[in-house]
Structures are given as C-alpha cells and as structure tokens.
Design a protein around this ligand. Sequence first.
Ligand code: TXA
Ligand code: MG
Length: 319
Amino acid sequence: MIAETGRNIYEAKNLLERGEVVAIPTETVYGLAGNALNPEAVSKIFAVKNRPTFDPLIIHVSGITEIEKYTQNFPEKFSQLAQKYMPGPLTFLIEKKNIIPDIVTSGLGKVAIRIPDHILALELLKNLDFPLAAPSANPFGYVSPTSARHVFDQLGEKIPYILDGGSCKIGLESTIIGLENGATVVYRKGGLEIEKIEDILQEKIILKEHSSSNPQAPGMLEKHYSPDKKIEILSADTEINQTENIGFLGFEKLKSEININNQFILSKNGDLQEAARNLFEGLRWFDKTTLEKIYVELVPEHGLGLAINDRLRRAAAKS
Ligand code: TXA
Ligand code: MG
C-alpha cells in the first residue's frame, strides 16, 4: 500500500467509516486517526505506530457538546478553559462514558479528549458520527510529524490516505491537563502555555514531571520524541569536540565554531511561536544528514519555551 495524499475529507470519511486509519492534520501535529468507538480500528492505530497498548490515545471531537457526549462529570474549571481555548492545543483528562472502548484508554477510567483547531480536521469530524482516536502520526517514540510529508516519509507504506492540511501552525503536541483532588495537574507541557491556563483558573498548576517506571502519559517517558542522532544539550561549560562530525540546533543565533551548513536555527527573531513551529522539522532535518552528533541549545524557559525544552531534553535523554 502507498498512501494517497490529498485534501478530500470525503475520501478520509469513507475510509474511516470502513474502519481504516487515516492521517489527519491538526494545529499541533499530524494525527493517525481511526474510529474511536470501533476497537478494531483502534487496534490498527496501535499496530501501524508500533505503539504498546499500555499507552492510551487522545480522542478528537468537533465541539464542547461532543465532549459531554463521551465523558462524565465535566469539571467546571475545564468548562472555563474550554470557552477560551477550545478548539486549541489543549487536552482534558476526564472520566469516560462506557461507549469509549477500553482499548482507547488502555483500561484507564479517564479519557483524553480535545477539539483540534484545524479547518479540515473540524470539517471531517462534523461529517462523522463518531469521535477520532488519534495519536501523533509517527512510529512510537520518534519525533511527531508537522507536515503531510513527514507522515508520508514514515508511514506512507502502512496507511491508505493522508489528509494534507499544510504545515501545523503550532508544531508541538497539545498540553494535557487533569484534576487530582481538585487541583489542576499538567501531564504534558505542550502547545498551550501553562501561564495562560493559570491565568484563566487563577491558580498555580502542578507539573507532573516524567517518571520512566510508571508513566502516567508515555509522553512522560524520559526518552521520547527522539530523533535518531545523538543529541547533546549545550551548557556554558560544554567543550565542543571539533574532531567529530557535528551539527548545531540553535534558538536565534548561529554558532561560530560550527560549519554553517550544519546548523539549524529555530527562530532568527527569537520568537518562541516560530521556534515551536520549526522544532520537529529541525530534528528531522538532522536525521537526514550524515552528521554524528547534534549540539542543541535550550530556549528561554517560559511560555512555549517550557514545552520546547521538554522535547529537547527528552530527545537528548539516554534510553
Ligand atoms: O496534539 C496532540 O495531542 C496530538 C494530536 C494528533 O492531537 N496527539 C498526540 O497524541 O500527541 P499522542 O498519543 O502522541 O500523545 C498522547 C499522550 C500520550 O503520552 C498518552 O500517554 C497520553 O496522552 N494519554 C492519552 N490518554 C490518556 C489517559 N487516559 N490517561 C493518561 N494519559 C493519557
Ligand atoms: Mg506521540
């Protein structure tokens, strides 16, 4: 099978209604979508991604009333956030209704749910009478795709259709939040800045750092979102080994010690939004080179910089 790439939501719809999986664009990253109410379709998603079934999936719906259709006890706090930031790069963990099969949540009682802010994804969802389960459309553990081309490069021989919605405007996965004893907890830093959530809720939110032994979200696995190259985070006292065949992934400025052809700058203007949009393209670009090692520079640690640095640290973590 070789995936067809196109912009036809009806072709995607027909395949999804037949229980097939299709790649779809969202504002964060591309998703590998299947009918969330059909366990066979969901198991195809796991198979195509080579994803362990203990790692649950996010479901995608077109509006807030759909969230209520598939979940129970929708918290008041979430409704405030939803008014302002949905559709958008935010995912809620909420108690699921029985209609959501256990395979979607890996047997957990809560389901991750979000409304993607992308016109093609929303049009598609409005034309379906089921929600879409969709993890990022990459092999498990690798960097998420932010263009149809990225999806094609890795999954093109395993899926029938890629709905092409252009480059993702956010470029980082959604921020995942839940409630624990009434407190708001972030399980994955992502495309919606934590400061914006705190601003709406008027409370400090708790960051659950990764745990590699018992991940709440495998996006929390220490080694995840990883390119193939050896990555090292640059610090003030790093001695760059000039004898190696090295590259540099920087925030704003080139590094004078390193060959200019081997450098990728995330945002010449030092803009975190732009850096987020370019991050995964940059990591993938290095994987196509013959460089042996990539030095990366962390970005400022606020706003989207928190999520960008989180991905860079995981990319650099030893497995
Ligand atoms: O932006 C996004 O969220 C993208 C687009 C396609 O929507 N999706 C995405 O999905 O990043 P995925 O599967 O690559 O990452 C979802 C994360 C995983 O780390 C998973 O463990 C966690 O969400 N997750 C999903 N359901 C969960 C649940 N019921 N409880 C705890 N964690 C959950
Ligand atoms: Mg993923």
